[in-house]
Design a protein around this ligand. Structure first.
Ligand code: CMC
Length: 363
């Protein structure tokens, strides 16, 4: 039996469309190519939430309210009691976000969107023994997140790269975490409950937990000359190559293209060490051809996580925080879907087919 629901259409949505054969992603009517690198994350939040809140203001006012929400969340969740330092980073994020109240209104939504951008830098700094930095509501979401991580206003290219990343991962059809958000939203449990459940789905390595292991793979390979042998040995052991393959895409993941462009801008002259990018490009080419030979009936190419790993590393995020940065972008998509489910959907309650013994068959 196919347990992955691959071809099941579970809902209609105006949020996004993933065309796995053409390698195209449409978000609220816009091609990803026209969004990534062209609109800021705040603008995309306005696009994603359009029509789902009666009191949604225009993009400029929404951006300013998101800045205020960052300030409020910092007061509530960081200044008012530090995140749990004993938990792994994504679990610490989830535990802290659980302290936000639940509800369906725009204030709850904006606090949920603000929370990962506030908590991710705070949790990283806490683990380094450094004090958390309060947000600056006048900065853009991406620039402020990097400032709260490093303590200085980031250079333009860095803020632009993070903006591109957050936009690129903001929504992606009915992926596992988004479906989870919709199931929980359909019970009318509230937006915070839907987002926390989605975050739990996101952290698994088959969904949003892959970019850390992509860097582990690059570290293991270490040099271009050893790439082929390393990759063949990993596949001989039955390992999966992290950052390759996708349930829906049968061609190159369009998000990978957008991120590869953003990464290239980060590795300009005199900035990050270009040898890391060169190694990644070599591994991408080597793994694509090895996978094509070894799994000819699948089209296994890089997915969003491959260049995510390089981008977030170059921006100074430690790898244990990568899933939290993914959540920083995806949270707006989860909220759009959750609101769409509440406004236009019904309780999600599918059926299962029982294949266990019947009482009259019991020995
Ligand atoms: N490396 C090696 N073999 C692979 C890989 C891979 N990355 N991905 C799939 N395969 C093989 C798999 O071993 C299987 O081979 P066989 O038929 O010989 O047993 C075949 O392809 C089909 O695998 P599947 O698990 O049925 O395919 P799926 O549609 O469930 O896979 C996936 C999707 C993302 C779980 C998988 O490609 C994978 O595990 N990739 C590595 C983890 C990763 O990069 N995850 C991030 C996904 S993108 C993030 C997002 O959009 O949320």
């Amino acid at each position: 039996m196919n347990n992955g629901l691959d071809d099941v259409i579970a809902t209609e949505t105006v949020m996004s469309d993933v065309d796995g054969l053409a390698g195209r992603l449409v978000i609220r009517g816009h091609s990803l190519d026209d969004l990534a690198g062209h609109v800021g994350y705040e603008d995309l939040v306005a696009i994603l939430l359009d029509g789902f809140f009666q009191d949604l203001p225009g993009p400029a006012a929404l951006a300013s309210r998101l800045g205020m929400a960052r300030r409020d969340v910092f007061e509530m969740l960081v200044a008012g009691g530090a995140p749990d330092r004993k938990l792994p980073a994504t679990d610490a994020l989830r535990a802290a976000m659980a302290r936000l109240g639940d509800g369906e209104d725009l204030d709850v939504a904006l606090r949920l969107i603000a929370a990962p951008a506030i908590l991710t830098p705070a949790i990283i700094r806490q683990r380094r023994g450094e004090a958390a930095i309060a947000p600056d509501p006048t900065l853009g979401h991406a620039a402020d997140m990097l400032r709260m991580l490093h303590g200085t206003v980031p250079r333009w290219e860095a803020a632009a790269a993070l903006d591109t990343y957050l936009v690129t991962v903001s929504d992606h059809g009915l992926n596992a975490s988004t479906f989870t958000a919709r199931v929980v939203a359909s019970t009318q449990a509230g937006l915070t409950s839907a987002v926390l459940a989605a975050l739990s789905a996101l952290k698994g390595p088959l969904h949003g937990g892959a970019p850390g292991p992509v860097l582990d793979m690059l570290d293991g390979i270490a040099a271009a000359q050893t790439a082929e042998a390393w990759l063949e040995a990993a596949l001989d052991r039955g390992d999966r190559l992290m950052g390759f393959g996708h349930r829906v895409y049968r061609v190159r993941d369009p998000r990978a293209e957008a991120l590869k462009r953003a990464v290239a801008a980060l590795f300009g002259p005199g900035t990050n060490d270009r040898s890391r990018l060169a190694l990644a490009e070599h591994v991408e080419a080597a793994a694509t051809s090895i996978l094509a030979r070894r799994k000819p009936d699948r089209s296994l190419q890089i997915n969003v996580e491959f260049y995510t790993a390089l981008l977030l590393e170059a921006l100074g995020f430690p790898r244990e925080s990568f899933t939290s940065v993914f959540a920083t972008g995806r949270v707006a998509g989860w909220i759009g879907h959750a609101r769409e489910q509440v406004l236009y959907g019904r309780l999600i309650r599918p059926q299962s087919r029982y294949v266990g013994p019947r009482p009259d068959q019991a020995a």
